[in-house]
Design a protein around this ligand. Sequence first.
Ligand SMILES: *Cc1c(COP(=O)(O)O)cnc(C)c1O
Length: 430
Amino acid sequence: MEFSRSSQAFAEAQHWIPGGVDSPARAFGAVGCDPLFIERAAGAYLYDLDGNALIDYIGSWGPMILGHAHPEVTAALEKAIQQGTSYGTPTLLETRLAQKVVAAIPSIEMVRFVNSGTEATMSAIRLARGFTGRNKIVKFEGNYHGHADSLLVAAGSAAATFGVPNSPGVTPGTSQDTLVLPYNNAEKLLQTMEDVGKEVAGIIFEPIVGNMGCVVATEEFCAALREVRELYGILLICDEVMTGFRVDYRGAQHLLKIQPDITTLGKIIGGGLPVGAYGGLREIMRQILPSGPVFQAGTLSGNPLAMTAGLCTLEILEKTNPYPYLEQLSAELAAGIAQAAKKHNIPLCVNRVGSMMTFFFQEGPVYDWETASRSDTRAYAHFFREMLHRGIYFPCSQFEALFVSAAHREEHIRETIHAADTIFAEMKTK
Ligand SMILES: *Cc1c(COP(=O)(O)O)cnc(C)c1O
């Protein structure tokens, strides 16, 4: 496949936009080639500037669970756009989407819509602090919660230090109240909370991590989270921006039997438009302005187009229940690629929950950042480029999850497994 138009477009973009992209993960920095510029998308496919069709396993990093340009979502948006694109007033659409979210996720009694996952987690942290009157926040290594200052600590990086910021521009003052602990380490969590638990407002976590590759919280770890919540009155903030409506209609919290105090959402609930949300128990949510004192606002929050896309997406998910189908296709993909790797003696550890998964180039097991980072990222980069040349769009980093959508078909899965098998065979002989 030829990608020269994308490369030209990337060169031009780099002159006007830092790094040529509006979000760093898109720049293909970890895989040694230029990013593809996409012109349009439909179903399971992306179409780039060179006219290539690619089977898409990213789905805009999570939102497109129904596939691209779903006809019903598109029709709903076309209708909505005729009615004006933003009013800065309340709309019925917001109430309807709120009702859908509350009906789906029992721990949420009220929900506030914002414009991105970052806004959702940032606001959830503020709410937890405002509600408890405490300052400290706990997060886990390799968990990504967006780019708010206080959460930009050990966000998928190897730094496991107490409150050392990840990025220039994040002051020590901002990050010193963020305590970073290893993921899936119940003992460390219990021990640390023995010392500082009474100062901790909230623990924010990805119930199934997507942002160091796919890693699931262990039962023991979930039990420890429940325990410190009880013991020290710490709010559990379950970041389901990626997992919400992805692994189950009721979220990862249903699968893991966690009852968080606050849940953050995004991605799928916007159906491909910019949306985030945070919700929880009425008692906590009522602390938000104007019903309470915790400030949070947004000019475009609850935007009618975004609400329409989200509402339509959730309605289709509810109506069609694609989750068993997604499970079946995803299991097939995971097993097929694992088998191909085994056949060619390529060490591969596959982590998967429903339609999100990661192929770690190592023996495994992978259960935290430390173990994830043992992966052979050079082998992954090679694999990625080879897949791309065969028209298969995988995550451009070893440490990102891939997604199967309801628009994927058996033949896409078979083609993908076949491509991986061919690449593994060549890798072995090198
Ligand atoms: C994507 C993501 C975010 C950030 O959402 P944005 O819309 O990119 O700001 C936060 N938390 C998790 C778990 C995510 O996957």
